[in-house]
Design a protein around this ligand. Sequence first.
Ligand code: AMP
Length: 484
Amino acid sequence: MKDRPLTITFASLGLAEPIARALSDEKYEIPTPIQAQAIPHAIVGRDVIGIAQTGTGKTAAFALPILHRLATTDGKPWPKAPRVVVLCPTRELGAQIVDSFHAYARYLRLKTMLAIGGVPIGKQKRELASGTDVLVATPGRLLDLSNERAVSFEHVEVLVLDEADRMLDMGFIRDIRKIVAMIPAKRQTLFFSATMPSEIAKLARDMLRDPVTVAVTPTATTVELIEQRAIRAERQQKPALLASLLRDEAVTRALVFTRTKHGADRVVRGLDNEGIAAQAIHGNKNQGARERTMAAFRSGEIRVLVATDIAARGIDVDDVTHVVNFDLPNVAETYVHRIGRTARAGASGIAISLVSGEEMPLLRDIEKLTRRQVPLSGQASAPQRHADNEPRGERREGNRQRQGRGRGGNERHDGGQPRGDQRHAQGHRNDRDGGKPQQNQPGKAQHRGNRTGKPQGNRHHGGPSRPHDGGNIGDIGFMSRPGR
Ligand code: AMP
């Protein structure tokens, strides 16, 4: 990755030998910036606030100093009483954290276990009863286990909060505060979050002691590695355009983002009609279905995974060549999280956003945040009927989850109402092309093209794409690029 301080190596961090050996097995040579900054403080017992998102190597930034502590101090875990508790927002992220601990601790005799909701609690109780060094858990399930006296916090030495901002988004703050209140005050706390909204900053102030704050700038480091594009396309044009983009053989593994669970299912059905195998991953699917889908995506059995933002948090699949934003997210930072899926561990990738007229202000927000212009191609001529790409009454997944959990719906830092809707209500238009009538009819051409089932990329037409000049959206062959 870029921006690595040259002087810091894993050897200079002084990690215990079995851990260093495991890192060498993993082919980790140089610490990533968040690791280089966080590990020296964490390893001497300081509390750390790490501002970093998935893809920066943040898991090892907390896992390695924790394993060093466990490897260099005596102590077998007591029944039900873990020495380390890691709280995280989703099952997928939890599973990946456990995988990371297993990988880095492969030469240590330590036990790491996962306690997540959506699966029977009995096995987790039995595992806890036999003693675990590291417990990785989602807050709701951990509270359930605590209420059933299946876990005791009295021997916890280190507490980690991973993706704290996402836990806030998902309405877990009260659960977290209850758990923290049960953990001994004399502990080390490692607190990771991609962003620092005020409620998260307050939580950190309340639970950390004299913390060191370290930060990496994901918008600069991650975004630089990714080739970003946007295509103007109205809601009704998007399914056919998506299918034609995904037919390009340069797309070996694509992650498609939608705002809603129903939207994800609709996209999968649309692709299926076009003969493109895809599966969706979102909060309505049970754990078994999610795991099967992820395994099929990892193995390459399916090339296209359609995901909502919440379900996609923590998905760690290498070699995602393309991220496609079927809808733009209402929060610009979410865009950075999304496209970061294609730039894992320093790899590069391509991110394509399908942008309707109503979504143009969101594209401007993204450009402001990332301080980069996203080249825009094509245009749309079809009339717009509704502000959002979601049918009325359909809500974003996060909102529904919060409602379902009955924990109050006001624990969001981005406000209850999606920004796109607010802008629409205010009649706010900020289109780059001023919303002027368009000269040609690309949408029609696109639909015609797709009925024939032929790919629409320009390599099939032989002409270059014409960013910003109103070219046909079917004439954009940029799923591949030289050198990939
Ligand atoms: P994370 O941000 O923890 O989800 O890590 C993102 C990816 O980077 C994972 O696939 C890690 O295995 C990988 N990774 C983490 N640290 C390093 C490193 N120092 N060198 C190479 N790869 C790394």
